[in-house]
Design a protein around this ligand. Structure first.
Ligand code: GDP
Length: 537
C-alpha cells in the first residue's frame, strides 16, 4: 500500500470525549459516495485496497431474500458503521443509503452523527436526494463540509456551483480548495488556505509526493508545473474566489451556517487528504446531546446513549436483532448493565459489537461518539435511551409521517394474530410503521418510499410465511394529532373516527384523504397540532 501523509495538525492529545469524529456522507446516487468512502478508509488506513467497500457489501448482501433484492438493485438499505483511526483520532463513518427510495433509517442515522460531508457531482450540482438529506441535517444544525467531486470531468463552473449552494440551501460558502483546470484541462487542485498545489495523479492511490508547497497562487513554481493557458485561467478565478468569499469561520461552520467547500476528485485522490484533515481539525467532536430534562455533555462520567437503528439478524430464522447505540457520555465497557429508561429494565452488555470496516469485533470499551451494536431479542427499540440509572430521554429521534399508506390484505384470516406479530416486529426495526384504524380491522402500513413496501412484503412472506397483499388505502398522508386540551382531542376523535387510527404506542393519527382534506382539517381545528414527526415519549 502507498504511504499516506498523516500531517494532521489538531490532534495533539485529544481528551477521551474529543477523540471521536462521528460523521455521515450525504449525497445523491452516483455522486461518488462509495468511491469517497473507500478513499477515506484507505487514507485512514482501515483498508488496504480501494474497492473493498463494495466487495464487502456484496458478500453480505447475498444472505437473505431482502438483501438479495438490495443486491439486484445495486443499493443498500441497511446502514452500517465504518471505523478508522488517524493522528490519534477515531473516525466513525455512518453509512446512509443513497437510493431515492430511502427509509426512515436514513434520517435516523443522521441523528447519530456530529457532522456530515455533502458530496456533489460537479457536473450536476445539487440533486434531489442531497437536498432532502441536507434538510434533515439542518433540522439538527449538523455542520456540513462540502466535497464537489469529479472535477477531473467536465463540470459546471465553480462559481455557479457555489452560488447554487448559497441560494438553494441558504448556506454561506467558503472555498478551501480550488480546481486547477477541469475536465480535459484537469491538473489538480489548489489548497487556498495552506497554499499548496495538489497535483493530479494519474495513478490512483498515489497520494504521496504530489503536494507542492507554494507561496500563494502567483508562485512562479506553478509556471513550470501547469500549462500556461490552464494556469492563467486558474489564477484569475482563484483570485476572484479568494476576494469574493469571506474567510473560514469555525463558529459559523459549527453552527451550521457556513460550509467549507473542497473541489476535488475522489477517483483521482485529489483533495481527499485535505478533506480528511478538515474532518480532524474543523469537524466537531461529540456534541452535547439534547435530552429531557437536561442536556447531556460528552465528558460526563456516567454512560448514556440512544438507539437510532435496529437491524435484523442476517439469518432470517432467528428473530434476534442488533440495536445500534450512539454513545453520548461516559466510558462503556463490556459486561456493563444499562437501564432502558422507557421500561426500567436492565440490559446487560455481554456482547456489544464494534463495527469495523473489515470485521465486527468484540468491544472492550467505547467512548462518546462511538456506535456499538447490542444484540437483543426485541427489547430495545429505536428512540430508546440507555443510562446507568438516571431518568433521561434523548430527544430528536423522530418517527416520520409516511408518504405512502397501504391497507394490508390478509388472504388467510386464521393468521391475523401472526400478522399482527409480524407487523409489530417489522415496525420495531423501522421497516414500516403500522396504524390500526379505529373503525375496521385492516391494518394500515405506512412507508417513506416504495422500496420499503417491497421489502416489507418479501419479509412477511419469507420470514413469517404469511401471504399478504397491499391495497390502496383511501388515504394519502398521516399526521399525529396532539393537543394540550384532552377534551378537544376527544371531540376531534369522535367526529373523525373514520379517518383516525392509533400507532403502536396508542397515539392518535389522523389519516387524510388528500392535501385538501388535511389543510381543511387543520383550519377547522386550530387548537390541535397536526405533526409530521413524532418522538417516542
Ligand atoms: P455513489 O452512488 O454515490 O456511491 O457513487 P460511486 O462512488 O459508485 O460513483 C459513481 C460513478 O462515478 C462510478 O462510476 C465512479 O467510478 C465514478 N466516480 C466517482 N468519483 C469520481 C471522480 O472523482 N471522477 C470521475 N471521473 N468519476 C468518479
Amino acid at each position: 500500500m502507498t504511504a499516506v501523509p498523516t500531517n494532521l495538525t489538531a490532534s495533539a492529545t485529544p481528551t477521551a470525549s474529543e477523540s471521536r469524529r462521528t460523521f455521515a456522507i450525504i449525497s445523491h446516487p452516483d455522486a461518488g459516495k462509495t468511491t469517497l468512502t473507500e478513499k477515506l478508509l484507505l487514507f485512514g488506513g482501515a483498508i488496504h485496497l480501494a474497492g473493498h467497500v463494495k466487495a464487502h457489501g456484496e458478500r453480505r448482501r447475498t444472505q437473505s431474500d431482502w438483501m438479495e433484492m438490495e443486491r439486484a438493485r445495486g443499493i443498500s438499505i441497511s446502514s452500517s458503521v465504518m471505523t478508522f483511526e488517524r493522528g490519534g483520532l477515531t473516525f466513525n463513518l455512518l453509512d446512509t443509503p443513497g437510493h431515492q427510495d430511502f427509509s426512515e433509517d436514513t434520517y435516523r442515522t443522521l441523528t447519530a452523527v456530529d457532522s456530515a460531508i455533502m458530496v456533489i457531482d460537479a457536473a450536476k450540482g445539487i440533486e434531489s436526494q442531497t437536498r432532502k438529506l441536507f434538510e434533515v441535517c439542518r433540522l439538527r444544525d449538523i455542520p456540513i463540509i462540502t466535497f464537489i467531486n469529479k472535477i477531473d470531468r467536465e463540470g459546471l463552473d465553480p462559481f455557479a456551483l457555489l452560488d447554487e449552494i448559497e441560494s438553494t440551501l441558504a448556506l454561506d460558502v467558503c472555498p478551501m480548495t480550488w480546481p486547477v483546470g477541469m475536465g480535459g484541462d484537469f491538473r489538480g487542485a489548489f489548497d487556498l488556505r495552506d497554499h499548496r498545489y495538489l497535483k493530479s495523479e494519474s495513478r490512483p492511490g498515489a497520494a504521496d509526493g504530489h503536494v507542492v508547497a507554494c507561496n500563494g497562487i502567483d508562485d512562479p513554481k506553478l509556471d513550470k508545473l501547469v500549462p500556461e493557458r490552464i494556469l492563467a485561467s486558474f489564477r484569475e478565478s482563484a483570485a476572484l474566489a479568494v476576494s469574493a468569499y469571506p474567510g473560514f469561520d469555525l463558529g459559523s461552520y459549527r453552527a451550521g451556517h457556513l460550509t467549507p467547500v473542497f473541489f476535488g476528485s475522489a477517483l483521482k485522490d485529489c483533495a481527499v487528504n485535505e478533506l480528511l484533515e478538515a474532518l480532524a481539525t474543523m469537524a466537531p467532536p461529540p456534541r452535547p446531546q439534547p435530552a429531557e430534562p437536561r442536556t447531556v455533555y460528552p465528558d460526563e462520567k456516567a454512560v448514556t446513549g440512544f438507539v437510532f437503528k435496529m437491524q435484523a439478524n442476517m439469518d432470517p430464522n432467528h428473530r434476534d436483532r442488533v440495536a445500534f447505540l450512539r454513545l453520548c457520555s461516559g466510558r462503556l465497557r463490556r459486561g456493563m448493565k444499562l437501564r432502558q429508561v422507557h421500561s426500567g429494565k436492565m440490559i446487560s452488555l455481554q456482547n456489544p459489537i464494534f463495527f469495523f470496516a473489515r470485521e465486527r469485533q468484540l468491544a472492550e470499551e467505547a467512548l462518546p461518539g462511538d456506535i456499538i451494536g447490542i444484540p437483543n431479542h426485541g427489547t430495545l427499540r429505536v428512540g430508546d435511551t440507555l443510562t446507568e440509572g438516571e431518568e433521561l430521554r434523548f430527544t430528536g429521534i423522530p418517527n416520520f409521517a409516511p408518504e405512502i399508506l397501504r391497507r394490508v390484505r390478509l388472504d388467510d384470516p386464521m393468521r391475523a394474530k401472526q400478522l399482527r406479530r409480524a407487523l409489530e416486529d417489522l415496525a420495531e426495526e423501522g421497516v414500516t410503521q403500522v396504524f390500526r384504524p379505529i373503525i375496521g380491522s385492516q391494518w394500515i402500513v405506512g412507508v417513506v418510499g416504495q422500496l420499503q413496501l417491497e421489502v416489507l412484503a418479501s419479509r412477511i412472506a419469507t420470514e413469517y410465511k404469511i401471504a399478504v397483499g397491499f391495497e390502496m388505502a383511501p388515504f394519502e398522508t398521516a399526521r399525529w394529532v396532539a393537543s394540550d386540551d384532552p377534551a378537544q382531542l376527544k371531540q376531534f376523535v369522535e367526529r373523525n373516527s373514520g379517518s383516525l387510527a392509533e400507532d403502536r404506542d396508542g397515539a392518535s393519527v389522523f389519516l387524510a384523504r388528500d392535501t385538501w382534506d388535511l389543510n381543511r382539517t387543520i383550519r377547522d381545528w386550530p387548537n390541535l397540532r397536526f405533526l409530521k414527526t413524532r418522538e417516542r415519549t
